[in-house]
Design a protein around this ligand. Structure first.
Ligand code: GLY
Length: 420
């Protein structure tokens, strides 16, 4: 009798256990797969950067990888290319993420190979080229040689300031395809990304003229580059003599009135940075308005990786742009430090989860040793469609570094501190 009661009890417990197991596995199935953002991604970054640097070191040249061509070959670019700062910058972030000092000489070498960029006066992209390489490195190792290059670059960039219009001219109008558009002083939203270098140059040199140029450019952009729905135009053409706006157009978006995804990303990031240096709340408000435009947009996919343009005609079949997503995630980690109650970091985490999934992140040894797949350079120029891009990787690693810092509650290091 006692034996059969015990058997009955055992059977009941076993079936209860079975039900519980079924319940928990059903819960697990329902949950989206999440990766450990730090460990997995750092491993991928190290794996890919090891392979990429080995390849470059073997070549014996300072070659700088940007993307893959249609045949799957790595495209290397000269130091005058607007993306030349991203590969050295990614090496700096790999050092920051791993704390492995083996990355310092490599990152330093590729950074110093850009030295002559400091004298370029025919490009506005100096913030990308020197900011992402020298400034990122300076924050980590405080090399005084880097500081001189940053200040000299700010001087070169300042030559593009058009005082009557109050803006830095983005593109020269007598070159390549830009000469066909009839512009006088085109300013693209991307130009907001150059202002960090100017703010830093004032901090480093004490020369306030760089700061004033940055503020003037940000104010004019605020005044002229946004629509009522808080999305931004790609290109505003100014009359450099009167300062009047001549036209509002696009170059890399689908249409003049469409919202090019990376443009929105540059705006969000750029105004967040302007708040960092000025504490002027209008910049913070603009960053939040751009956030609202992006994240309330009916065309933003559920995984939060935008189509290349929010108004692309072939949505949902339009190519995604992982580079925009990475820039947005990085900006949101910083925005979160100014507005912690808004929890922008949670949106950034979701983006990073998507980017870290096999849908967007490459296996080590694939994808030309780039980390992310599926970015878009410029569809109107039929260039770099659905490819890896060095700036997608750079902002992905920056976002990861920012998350790492946020996790250790060290807000200031991420947002404001620069070794003097
Ligand atoms: N600054 C060029 C681009 O975002 O494609």
């Amino acid at each position: 009798m006692a034996l059969s009661v015990n058997l009955l009890k055992m059977k009941t417990s076993i079936s209860l256990l079975g039900v519980l197991l079924l319940f928990f596995s059903a819960c697990n199935l329902a949950k989206p797969t999440t990766v450990d953002l730090m460990t997995d991604n750092i491993a991928t970054a190290v794996g890919q950067q090891n392979l990429q640097t080995e390849l470059i070191e073997k070549s014996g040249k300072f070659i700088n990888p940007r993307t893959l061509d249609k045949e799957g070959n790595i495209v290397y670019i000269p130091l005058t290319d607007w993306t030349s700062g991203f590969f050295p910058g990614s090496l700096w972030y790999t050092y920051q993420l791993t704390k492995d000092e083996k990355w310092i000489p490599l990152a330093t070498k590729y950074t110093l190979s850009l030295d002559s960029v400091k004298n370029i006066k025919t490009s506005h992209d100096l913030g990308f080229m020197i900011g992402c390489s020298y400034l990122t490195g300076f924050r980590l190792i405080g090399n005084p040689q880097f500081k001189d290059v940053i200040i000299q670059t700010a001087k070169s960039l300042a030559t593009r300031f058009r005082p009557n219009a109050g803006v830095i001219q983005s593109w020269d109008v007598d070159k390549d395809w830009m000469s066909t558009r009839g512009w006088k002083c085109p300013v693209i939203i991307d130009n907001m990304m150059n202002l960090e270098l100017l703010f830093e140059a004032t901090k480093m040199s004490g020369d306030s003229s760089f700061y004033k140029i940055a503020v003037s450019h940000a104010n004019k952009t605020l005044e002229n580059q946004f629509r009522n729905n808080n999305s931004c135009y790609h290109v505003i053409d100014y009359d450099p003599l009167t300062g009047n706006v001549r036209s509002k157009q696009t170059a890399q978006g689908f249409a003049d009135e469409s919202s090019w995804a990376r443009g929105q990303a540059w705006a969000l990031y750029g105004f967040t940075v302007c708040y960092r240096y000025t504490h002027d709340v209008k910049y913070l408000e603009q960053a939040e308005k751009v956030y609202t435009f992006i994240f309330s947009n009916k065309n933003l996919p559920k995984d939060l990786i935008p189509y290349w343009d929010f108004n692309a005609p072939d949505i949902p079949n339009a190519p995604r742009d992982a580079s925009s997503a990475a820039v947005i995630a990085s900006a949101l980690y910083e925005l979160n430090t100014y507005l912690p109650n808004k929890k922008y970091n949670l949106t950034a985490d979701k983006i990073m989860q998507s980017l870290s999934s096999p849908d967007y992140k490459a296996e080590i040894g694939e994808n030309g040793n780039f980390i992310l797949k599926h970015s878009v350079g410029s569809i109107p120029h039929n260039a770099e469609i659905d490819v890896p891009l060095n700036y997608a990787d750079y902002y992905f690693l920056e976002a990861l570094s920012r998350k790492q810092i946020l996790m250790s509650n060290d807000k200031l290091t991420m947002a404001t501190s620069t070794k003097k």
